[in-house]
Design a protein around this ligand. Sequence first.
Ligand SMILES: Cc1cc2nc3c(=O)[nH]c(=O)nc-3n(C[C@H](O)[C@H](O)[C@H](O)COP(=O)(O)OP(=O)(O)OC[C@H]3O[C@@H](n4cnc5c(N)ncnc54)[C@H](O)[C@@H]3O)c2cc1C
Length: 446
Amino acid sequence: MGFGRAAGSVATLHEARTARDVERVVADARAAGGRVLARGLGRAYGDAAQCAGGELVDCTPMARLLELDSEHGVVRAEGGCSIASLLRTCVPRGWFVPVTPGTRHVTLGGAVAADVHGKNHHRDGSFGGHVVALEVVGASGTARVGPGLDPERYWATVGGMGLTGVVTEVTVKLRRIATSRLAVTTERAPDLDACMARLTELDAGHGYTVAWVDGLASGGRLGRSVITAGDHAALDDLPAGMRADALAYDPRTPLSVPVAPPVSLVGRGTLRAFNEAWYRKAPRRRVGEIQSIAQFFHPLDAVRDWNRLYGPRGFTQYQLVVPFSGADVVRRTLELLQRAHVLPALCVLKSFGSASAAPMSFPMPGWTLAADLPLGSPALAGVLDEIDGVVAGAGGRVYLAKDGRLRPELLSTMYPRVAEWRAVCERHDPEQLFVSDLWRRVAAVA
Ligand SMILES: Cc1cc2nc3c(=O)[nH]c(=O)nc-3n(C[C@H](O)[C@H](O)[C@H](O)COP(=O)(O)OP(=O)(O)OC[C@H]3O[C@@H](n4cnc5c(N)ncnc54)[C@H](O)[C@@H]3O)c2cc1C
């Protein structure tokens, strides 16, 4: 299953400890006419890391950090190494990952395959822009690729959702930090226009920005939000007591959801109360609050297995991006979800900066909105199809790493370079050995 715990499929799982293990799985599958796919930590929400009836390469045992150049901030690690584990080693030495998604529990291979973005996209772009080199085990053998070394294959792998092969090694440039803390500005915005206007202003002055949006607020309060903007704190920003251990990094996971409850615990009443409290508790404006890396970047990681709260039906995340000219699609999306009585449980809004060179990369300059949606509402499929049409009509797209339901008709409208990317995949993998449930669905292939 994906992180949304819906629509799983059955495959044979192979634990890969080395690139040689991966090569063996690929060779055996090829000889048997089977299908193969890499799997990392399973944080894609839908079916991107599933390969029904095929051979799934579990990359997580391949998790060693191979080399850290502490002077220049370049790290080489195996494809199954997680951002969590990288941070544990790099932060105390004064280095941070160039891009982190909203959870640290993703592998480097998964970060490359989805070309992940973070709160700094407006300034630093997505993950693939910071990679120096990759080792990829593909259908036709093992290759080293990078932006300057077989760039075509490199950019096809970035955002390629595992379909060019298994990434067994990643070399990536890190960011120098003086402390392990962030200096954070928090502001409330009363509605969507105010939120977008302030995010735009804060983008100009801060490395990291994002807004939590109350997805249930409607009418004049539609889009009311809590904006956070942050930057890595300098030593002088820290209170004296923190300076001695300025690079301390010890994230905790104090809570967990041990089993999935029989019904979803995310209901309209609790969500409305939570959103109201969250909005009211936020300061109108607070500047210079010191937060840890875990608080600022990975607050959801504080509760292990929180995705189980959605009960046996699971949930999906709908994440769209539209060019700035299509900003109104954000409002329309919230209105359509509300009208359909679908529960936007956790909504996040951010502006993106420049797109990457990768043909299948999700981000483009514009607004991105992500909403966690519990499955089970009869209106959900219809309203998301309707929103897809609005998004595509505005020149936008949905994020395949979160998707479990996009119809194939819209793929080439949303990803206009898909044919160019497929041609590269098929040049290296003419038998289409690498396939996922996601790809079978969106490309309608057997
Ligand atoms: C709470 C939460 C917050 C998130 N926040 C963000 C965010 O802010 N920004 C963002 O961009 N994404 C975000 N994501 C999505 C997540 O970053 C991506 O789905 C990422 O790809 C997951 O990595 P993984 O190791 O779990 O890969 P999986 O989920 O296991 O796999 C995802 C895809 O990557 C491929 N893949 C995995 N490993 C390899 C490999 N070694 N070689 C080749 N292909 C591979 C798989 O085939 C699959 O197509 C979030 C997810 C969660 C659960």
